[in-house]
Structure formats: C-alpha cells, structure tokens
Design a binder for this molecule. Structure first.
Ligand code: 9Z3
Length: 317
C-alpha cells in the first residue's frame, strides 16, 4: 500500500489541534504577503519542544528539554537584520526580549511606594534588570514596526498543523522566504486511533508503549509546499563523532540548503553550519561570552548572507 502523504497523515492520524489553526493560517498569510509586498524578507522560526500526549484526556505526556532560547534569541537578530519574523513557538517557552528576564522573580524587582498623599505606585529596581533600557528600546521599536507575528503551539499535533499552514502561507514568497526550524520536535507519537482515552492505570503493571514515527515534514516542505524557499534545519546530537555525518545525511535526504549542527553539551558556544559544499564552525570565545555575545548573532549573520546569495542565485528562476 502506498505511504500516505504527510499532510494527509497529519490530518488523519493526529488528534485535532488545540489551537485555532485557521485563524493562525489567515494571520500568517496576511503578514507574509504584506511584508513581501514591501520587499521585505520573511523568516519562519520554530522554537521550543513539543508535548506528546500518552492519553487523549491527557494526564501524562512525553516532552523534551528545549527551552526555546535558540529560537527567541534568533528572532531578535533576524529582526535586527530587517526580516519580518513569524515566531512559531511552544506556549510558555522563551520569548524574544523578555527571555533575558525569564528567571527573574518580579516580586523581588518591583517596589511598592506608598506616598502619604497619593495612590500607591509600583517602581522597578533597575539594577536588578541588566540591560533593561536597551531591551525596552529594542522591544518598543520592534512592536511599532509590526515585523513580529507570534503564534503558539503546545502539542505535537498543534505544531504539525501550524507548520503546514505556515508553509502554505510562505509558499508565494519564493526565495525571499526562509524557514529556520529550531524547534525540538518529537520523532515519536501515538496515533489517534491507538491512544487510550483515560489515564493509564499503574495497577496494570509496568508500562510498555509502542510509538509511531512522526512524518518528516522537511521532505514535503522542500519538495512541495515551499520549493523555492531557503530552508534551514537543526540537528541535535549528544555524540560529536556522528554529528556532521548526520547533518550531511539530512541534507542528502531532504535536499534543503543548510543544517545547523549542535551538540547538547555545547549548544550555547559552538555550532557547525553545514551546506552541500561547506562546513563553517561558529564559536563564542571566553572573552565574547564575558561580554555577552551570543552564538545566535553569529548564526544569523552567516545565514542572512547565505540567504542573499541564494536569492541572487535563484533570482532568474
Ligand atoms: C536544535 O538543535 C536547537 O538548537 C535546540 C535549541 C533545540 C538544541 P533551546 O531551545 O535548544 O535553545 O533550549 N533544534 C532541533 C533539534 C531537532 O530535534 N532536530 C531534528 C533532529 O535532530 C531534526 S529537525 O533529528
């Protein structure tokens, strides 16, 4: 029997999404076409991990470590580079700009002032918010520019439906669209037809689950949904001996433009940008780390340049 195409498999095999996909699809299309008509490049960033339910009335789920920092930081540097950004991210994962204060306990930063003759006022202790002036300036400039569209997912099913909608929204942009797929997406799921409805009972003994492979979205994305776009996927490994070989295998299989390869232990300080012909190592030195330089700044500088070359190369197509 022929394999179902991934878009059909997503619609048939996964629980219905818990987010308003059609509204998001309309918003992404209007955003993408609006910026395209102003000759601006558009990047879709995916960010954060996915939640895979083990029961349909979900008590338990499979998740992963991704914090969304890579995606959130990258969004800021893409905005700085002039891109319009669709930020497709996991609910409550790190968000551009506010990410810097994600670990802040606001109740320790805010001070209540009780003037004798007026209403109580709340002030912030600025010294506990490093860089806040610059961050607020960047944030308000970005908001005024209307160049950030934020879309949230939670489950794997939400993510897959929204990625499909995003790919369709960007399909008319040709080579000026970029996909920057930094989300850590589960490779495994339980199909809707096999998932238990109710909470799995521990009285039934040790748990054994068989999960199916999640359809690889890169393949139809590159072949059918947005064949002219500049597509970057990420490859995460824990064993550095196999990293580059795995990245090369992904490029050969999906035939997209770039894999950014990273190792779990060193992902904030080192990545390798792998293309069909090159491997470029990007690193943060100790000195740079001390002065707050982030690896995402280097990744985005490298990729925006490659995107320009890609657009020039495909301009005649
Ligand atoms: C990455 O490799 C990202 O760089 C991280 C960022 C998820 C490691 P954080 O969100 O971490 O900043 O905490 N993303 C892709 C990982 C992935 O699952 N890739 C798939 C694979 O390796 C293919 S697209 O098979």
């Amino acid at each position: 029997m022929a394999e179902p195409n991934p878009a059909d498999q997503i619609r048939q095999d996964f629980a219905p999404p818990q987010v308003p996909v059609e509204d998001a699809a309309r918003a992404m299309e209007a955003f993408a076409l609006g910026h395209h008509s102003e000759a601006r490049r558009v990047v879709l960033i995916t960010s954060g991990g996915t939640k895979v339910p083990l029961e349909s009335r979900t008590v338990r789920f499979l998740d992963n470590f991704s914090s969304g920092r890579r995606g959130a930081a990258s969004a800021e540097y893409f905005l700085q580079a002039g891109y319009a950004v669709i930020f497709l991210h996991r609910h409550r994962s790190l968000y551009p700009y506010s990410r810097r204060y994600a670990a802040t306990n606001w109740l320790d930063v805010l001070r209540l002032q009780l003037p004798g003759d007026g209403a109580p006022r709340v002030e912030a202790e600025q010294s506990r918010l490093p860089g806040i002036v610059q961050v607020l300036q960047d944030y308000s400039r970005m908001k005024e520019s209307g160049r950030l569209l934020s879309i949230e997912f939670n489950t794997l099913s939400d993510y897959l439906h929204l990625l499909l909608a995003a790919a369709q929204a960007l399909s008319r942009l040709g080579s000026s669209a970029m996909f920057y797929l930094a989300a850590a997406v589960s490779d495994f799921y339980i199909p809707a037809s096999e998932i238990p409805e109710h909470k799995i009972q521990s009285s039934s003994g040790p748990l054994q689950i068989t999960m199916k492979m999640v359809p690889k979205m890169l393949s139809p994305l590159v072949k059918d949904w947005a064949p002219k776009a500049f597509v970057i996927s990420f490859k995460l490994e824990t064993d550095k001996e196999i990293l580059i070989e795995r990245a090369r295998k992904a490029l050969a299989t999906y035939r997209h433009q770039v894999v950014v390869a990273n190792i779990l232990d060193t992902l904030r300080g080192h990545v390798v940008v792998v293309t069909g012909t090159e491997e470029t190592k990007l690193s943060i030195s100790d000195e740079e780390e001390r002065s707050g330089v982030e690896i995402e700044e280097k990744i985005i500088k490298d990729l925006t340049l490659r995107h320009t070359q890609f657009m020039e190369g495909t301009a005649a197509n």
